[in-house]
Design a binder for this molecule. Structure first.
Ligand code: CO
Length: 498
């Protein structure tokens, strides 16, 4: 494992094998609860709080493989740090679908990304019921720990035990079956709330035209604003970006053909078609004043799952995002375990600059290395930032599994890389600041980067702590087992280790 300055770039070694990579997609069926005692290096005593992670924990139901990992049941990990020690716990979200399938010992639901029920296509005909798998993100806000999945309601968990408390309708805000996004942002100092922090999330109702609803919640969890906009065309929007005045959505050029889905021969995810010849629409929705209309701008942006950040600069809106030249399509008969990484376009970090008065959009690639899962200092959300952290490929070009953590200085283009190649595969980096609101003289990159690394040689995972300035390894906490590749998570300064 190495941390290097990337000027000049290091020569790539053959960094991964498909057989190693896919070992991280085995189910973890056991639930654990222990103090981590296999630690290389020292856990910083100042690192205090809980890292929550979510992701598909089950890749099979009683040996029946699910078709796509995005369809796997949500499993929450909590790693609590206090006084130089760390505690690990994982539990499944007890969704109705998880319980029913565990009881039946077989797949009962169709997944969005193509898990067919056994019994052939006729078993899927007119079965439009989706399983709320609660597997995409987990946040702690307003005293509630919520597991999020964008197509349905959140599940509430006990933050100390990770026991599932049930579906949470957010004090009646949501109706049964309502969507609630998996990518909330915290505005660290909301100008609309006297400088108090505020959590924003959204819900999409897709159709021939699509409704985007933005919700804003105060620190106590109470709804403080809500704003809905209808845009023409189908929307497949996974993430958004915020600034003090705006919520920003990239409406990528996709169409949805529901017929094969309704007929049971395709999953919903397989019915989405990317239209590369059409522009992406950047939809800008004002946050405060409901009378200000949303605006829409056109650009060529390929496909975007995740935004790194956005900010206002004079008349411009600046948005940093991970873009793909095309949408990685889920083929009906493809086996994700045989993914040909070389045949897919890599995600790359781009900057978009929208001039609001003229509608002109400029774009510029900030970093060409294959990367995803951007993170930054929480006090910089919606503000001009200097540093971004990403999960990235070991090699500087091409498409590959994420084996490294990349730090990009967007002002100087300096980069640092910490690589876990050839055995390690990293997850989303989470930035934990030394100075949470940057009022105590701390630098923007002072703190730690936390990530889970799957080690294909040992078959186990580790929690890795990196120095956020240098990306030097601070500590490696070896778990007693592996954790399947996860999606998103968050850090709270509260310690939940009981
Ligand atoms: Co995401």
């Amino acid at each position: 494992m190495t941390s290097v300055e990337l000027n000049p770039p290091i020569a790539p070694l053959q960094p991964y094998t498909l057989a190693d990579w896919r070992r991280g997609y085995e189910s973890l069926k056991q639930e654990f609860d222990y103090w981590i005692d296999d630690v290389e290096g020292e856990i910083p005593p100042a690192l205090t709080g809980t890292l929550f992670r979510n992701g598909p924990g089950l890749l099979d139901i009683n040996g029946q493989r699910i078709h796509h990992p995005f369809d796997g049941d949500g499993m929450i990990c909590a790693i609590a740090f206090q006084d130089g020690r760390a505690h690990f716990r994982n539990r499944y979200v007890q969704t109705a679908g998880y319980q029913a399938e565990q009881q039946a010992g077989k797949i009962l639901y169709r997944g969005v990304f193509g898990t067919d029920k056994p019994g052939g296509w006729w078993a899927n005909v007119l079965d439009l019921k989706l399983k709320n798998i609660a597997n995409t993100n987990v946040i702690y806000w307003g005293g509630k720990l919520l597991a999020l999945w964008e197509a349905a309601e959140p599940h509430r968990l006990d933050p100390a035990t990770l026991a599932t408390l049930g579906i949470d309708y957010l004090d009646g805000l949501l109706q049964p079956g309502d969507a609630f996004g998996a990518h909330p942002w915290v505005d660290p100092a909301s100008a609309l709330d006297a400088g108090e922090p505020c959590l924003l999330n959204f819900a999409i109702k897709p159709g021939l035209s699509s409704k985007i609803t933005v919700y804003e919640f105060a620190a106590d969890g109470q709804l403080c604003r809500q704003n809905a906009t209808t845009v023409p065309g189908f929307c497949f929007i996974h993430d958004f970006a915020i600034t003090p005045q705006y919520s920003i959505f990239f409406q990528n050029p996709v169409t949805f053909n529901p017929l094969p889905f309704v007929a049971g021969v395709r999953s919903a995810g397989e019915c989405i078609q990317f239209q590369p010849s059409k522009p992406t629409r950047i939809v800008v929705i004002p946050r405060g004043d409901k009378n200000r209309a949303a605006q829409s701008f056109e650009t060529h942006a390929g496909f975007v799952f995740h935004h790194a950040n956005a900010f206002e600069e004079g008349d411009d809106l600046v948005i940093d995002s991970i873009c793909y030249e095309s949408l990685p399509t889920v083929e009906p008969d493809a086996d994700f375990r045989e993914t040909d990484f070389d045949a897919l376009a890599p995600g790359q970090l781009w900057r978009f600059r929208v001039n609001l008065p003229t509608g002109e959009v400029q774009r510029q690639m900030l970093n060409g290395r294959c990367s995803e899962f951007p993170a930054l200092h929480p006090a910089k959300v919606g503000r001009s930032h200097r540093y971004l952290y990403l999960a990235a490929a070991h090699a500087p070009s091409g498409n590959a599994p994420h084996q490294a953590i990349l730090k990009v200085d967007v002002e100087t283009s300096d980069r640092h890389l910490w690589s876990a190649a050839p055995w390690g595969y990293v997850g989303e980096p989470v930035f934990v600041p030394r100075d949470p609101d940057l009022t105590n003289g701390g630098a923007e990159d002072e703190g730690w980067v936390l990530t889970l690394v799957f080690d294909a040689r040992s078959g186990r995972s580790a929690v890795v702590i990196l120095d956020a300035q240098t990306l030097q390894l601070v500590a490696r906490l070896n778990l007693q087992h592996h954790v399947p590749y996860g999606l998103h998570g968050s850090f709270t300064p509260e310690v939940f280790s009981s």
